[in-house]
Design a protein around this ligand. Structure first.
Ligand code: GLY
Ligand code: MN
Ligand code: MN
Length: 490
């Protein structure tokens, strides 16, 4: 596609298969809102003066190699700068509301081998900062600030390893407050950030759709990974938000399976957890798709519909003020009732089974997490308790409420992991599990369905456009796919 600036591409939501690309005009208001973020962080710090000092990701080679590691900007740096370039620094003088970006000094060698680094003039136009200076000015600027203010005001850094390299031994430094302040600021997304996450989701949606259209011609998990990547990169999303997971059959029960190299032949389902990144913002999307003519087995269909119900019931309840932990508990209750109907869980009430931990053998992860600059994004407090807390039943009140502007995933799953089941047989909760029945489901692996939701005051907006449920089945059927191949082979 002949478009010079990929960040100006916008994919209209109604364009599904044939993605339409519009060229948006480059305008001031399209700059990453770095200044607004810097002020927000200062507010979270709760101070009226001081200097925030941030170090961007440097250029680093792999160990014992002359090859650079793929560059990934430090997300805390990006949040206050919008700069996705290596070897940069940033200061924010809180009292004077002055955001200064330091870009690398010009290097002829770098320009010849890698292309020139950004100049101060270019950076001034591109980024929402007050001043841009070359790195050469950093030390002098820091010394001036220290001489003038450091006696009464702190320098805020993320980690003790990021102490500014200036001479005064006795700097007044704070290496504890900045990280939680940025975590708290990042928890609520602004309009610009939501636009990026929405766009990352559109590209992921297209890539998941392409897989549905072509799965009938694929014979190995590797082809799923290949097509997903091809679609994302071809639409300007060079980076994935996390490693692609394409687990067929029992591999679907390995939560972060990334080998993606086994044949699809004879497998019921494939669980595809894959999301593009757009301008450093993540999408996080899982679809589990049948690999047979229609539903390949009753087992596969039953578990898909159970997870679908868990997801739909939880999504329906998303809105500001809801306690996410309650949705997590609801998903467990639905899972328990469903597994009781299938005869996999038995000999206990829903409450007894939940308290025993038996449902966590089948649904071992949290219902969801924040999404933003990280796929598992930061926040003041996690929205679900960690695994240990979930087991120990930490009082519900200690987990936070959803707020308008959060972007979260809802990603229930039900899995039949052979090793997890073997281990469960040794635990007291074993009395609630019919292992003979459960083992029959091991070949299907498991089902996870995952969408990204923007929380609003009245409900939510589902940012994920990848087909699922009936729409997914229609695409599989409409293309002939495995049904056609199956019928031809009969
Ligand atoms: N893709 C990782 C997750 O769903 O959390
Ligand atoms: Mn997720
Ligand atoms: Mn995921």
């Amino acid at each position: 596609m002949g478009v010079s600036d990929p960040s100006s591409l916008a994919i209209a939501p109604e364009d599904i298969c044939d993605i339409r690309i519009k060229v948006a005009t480059d305008s001031e208001c399209d700059k990453y809102p770095a200044k607004q973020h810097a002020r927000r962080v200062a507010t979270k710090l709760g101070v009226g003066d001081g200097l925030i000092y941030l170090v961007g990701t440097p250029t680093i080679n792999w160990g014992d190699s002359d090859q650079p590691r793929p560059f990934r900007q430090r997300r805390y740096f990006y949040y206050l700068s919008g700069v996705d370039e290596a070897d940069c620094y940033l200061t924010y003088d809180i009292r004077n509301d002055l955001l200064t970006l330091y870009v690398p000094n010009f290097s002829l060698q770098h320009a010849i081998w890698m292309g020139p680094t950004v100049t101060v003039d270019e950076a001034r136009k591109r980024y929402d900062v007050d001043r841009v200076r070359y790195y050469a000015a950093l030390r002098g600027d820091l010394n001036s600030w220290v001489d003038r203010y450091n006696k009464d005001s702190s320098i805020y850094i993320l980690h003790s390893s990021q102490r500014p390299e200036i001479s005064p031994e006795e700097l007044r430094l704070d290496d504890e407050s900045l990280l939680p302040a940025i975590d708290a600021a990042r928890e609520i997304k602004d309009e610009y950030e939501i636009r990026m996450i929405r766009h990352a989701n559109r590209i992921s949606g297209l890539a998941h759709r392409k897989i549905l259209e072509h799965i009938h011609n694929m014979s190995n998990e590797s082809e799923i990974e290949g097509l997903f990547l091809d679609t994302c990169v071809s639409h300007g999303a060079k980076n994935q938000a996390y490693e692609i997971i394409a687990g067929s059959g029992p591999n679907a029960a390995v939560l972060h399976y990334v080998k993606n190299d086994e044949p699809l032949d004879g497998r019921n389902l494939v669980c595809i957890d894959a999301g593009a990144e757009w301008n450093c913002y993540a999408s996080d999307v899982t679809r589990t798709i049948p690999l047979g003519p229609d539903w390949p087995s009753v087992h596969a269909k039953d578990i898909y519909h159970l997870v679908e119900e868990m997801q739909e019931e939880c999504i329906r309840r998303v809105k500001a003020g809801v306690r996410f932990r309650d949705l997590h508990e609801l998903a467990h209750v639905i899972a328990i009732k469903g597994l009781q109907r299938l005869g996999i869980l038995n000999d206990g009430t829903v409450e007894e089974i939940r308290h025993s931990g038996a449902s966590s053998i089948f649904f071992p992860h949290g219902l969801g997490h924040h999404v933003g600059l990280e796929v598992h994004d930061v926040s003041a407090q996690p929205i679900t308790a960690n695994g240990r807390q979930l087991k120990e039943f930490v009082p519900q009140m200690s987990t936070p409420l959803l707020q308008e502007g959060m972007v979260i995933t809802i990603e229930p799953g039900v899995y039949f992991n052979k090793l997890a089941l073997e281990n469960a047989q040794t635990l007291p909760l074993a009395k609630y599990i019919n292992f003979e029945k459960a083992r029959q489901y091991i070949p299907i692996g498991g089902v996870r369905i995952e969408d990204d939701l923007l929380v609003t005051s009245t409900g939510y907006e589902n940012l994920t456009t990848a087909p699922k449920g009936d729409e997914m089945l229609e695409i599989l059927r409409g293309r002939g796919g495995l049904l056609e191949r199956y019928l031809l082979s009969c």
